[in-house]
Design a protein around this ligand. Structure first.
Ligand code: AMP
Length: 307
């Protein structure tokens, strides 16, 4: 079963306290699509300019990502630049150039219009709504968002929340959206806005998953010694999670399946931050993923302590 992914495809410039690299493959949809592709086929919708390097297109194709929905239009690709502080949970956006993204009108190819599972990666909620308008209601819809949309497009975001099954966002965004200090209360307040499930990401501290009737799951992050570039960790998490659900549930998602998908999403994200951009994804194998999943099981199981 394919996952449908829409979001940004970008060229990023990223500075950490130790390194800086320019014009890297980035964008929410790039990370999400590649993350999902480790578990299921992907149909990608996005836009790039005619400056977008062919090698990135070839990389997507090598991951068996269908690019019928990727528009290549005259002009420059969306560019984003960010700088990480010594505490790499803290990032400042240095510049954004919307370029061809400014007039992006996502158009779904006919073959994409009946997905069982859709991931609306981070783009404006107006575009996310516009994409949903073009498809038959998928069995399961996941949306990602960011502080920018909470600040400038709250009504449109609230309209979107009524149409999705799951929202993924980070802790500070959850607090901004709900005006709550408690993340637990924030998660529940977001559920009251529409989504049955909410995943709250806490950077290097893992993620909280809220389900129905009080279902709750806390997943720690993999204890990595060296984080080289946290960019796209959240998008890779969302993509890995969506791909795993598509491969294992056919869109009929229950909490047990979601819990497992959250761990696989965390595995993918933990690998992605080991190198800049999507570089680590090029050499990642199914064996690597399985090995780290086993480590996650080992260090998060209480039964181990009881033995
Ligand atoms: P994350 O680290 O999960 O926040 O995602 C970083 C990615 O989001 C980068 O590759 C950027 O190109 C992309 N990005 C930054 N700002 C936006 C935006 N306003 N809309 C869509 N994508 C964005």
């Amino acid at each position: 079963m394919s996952v449908f992914v829409v979001g940004s495809v970008a060229l990023d410039t990223v500075k950490t306290p130790f390194e800086e690299h320019a014009d890297l493959l980035g964008g929410s949809a790039s990370y999400a699509a590649v993350g999902a592709s480790f578990f299921s086929p992907v149909n990608l919708v996005g836009v790039v300019g005619d400056d977008f390097p062919e090698e990135h297109v070839e990389f997507f194709k090598s991951r068996k990502i269908d690019l019928t929905g990727l528009q290549i239009v005259p002009g420059k690709t969306f560019r984003w630049s960010g700088e990480y502080m010594l505490d790499m949970n803290v990032r400042e956006t240095r510049s954004v150039a919307l370029n061809v993204f400014e007039h992006f009108n996502p158009v779904l190819p006919a073959a994409y219009k009946k997905p069982s599972l859709a991931l609306l990666a981070n783009i404006g909620p107006n575009l996310q709504n516009h994409v949903l308008d073009q498809m038959e209601r998928p069995k399961f819809v996941i949306a990602d968002t960011m502080d920018l949309w909470i600040n400038i497009a709250l009504d449109e975001l609230k309209r979107l929340l009524k149409r999705v099954d799951m929202l993924i966002l980070n802790d500070s965004e959850a607090r901004l959206l709900t005006q709550e200090t408690s993340l637990i209360r924030a998660g529940m307040k977001i559920q009251a806005l529409g989504p049955k499930f909410v995943a709250l990401k806490k950077g290097e501290h893992g993620c909280l998953l809220f389900g129905q009737n009080g279902d709750f799951f806390s997943c720690s992050a993999y204890p990595l010694e060296d984080v080289h570039d946290p960019t796209g960790a959240g998008d890779t998490f969302a993509g890995g999670l969506a791909g795993h659900l598509a491969a294992n549930t056919k869109g009929d998602v229950n909490f047990a399946a979601l819990r497992k998908a959250v761990v696989f999403g965390s595995v993918l994200a933990s690998y992605n931050v080991e190198q800049f951009s999507l570089e680590r994804m090029r050499s990642l194998t199914d064996g690597d993923i399985a090995a780290r999943y086993e480590s996650f099981k080992l260090f998060s199981h209480f039964e181990v302590i009881e033995d």
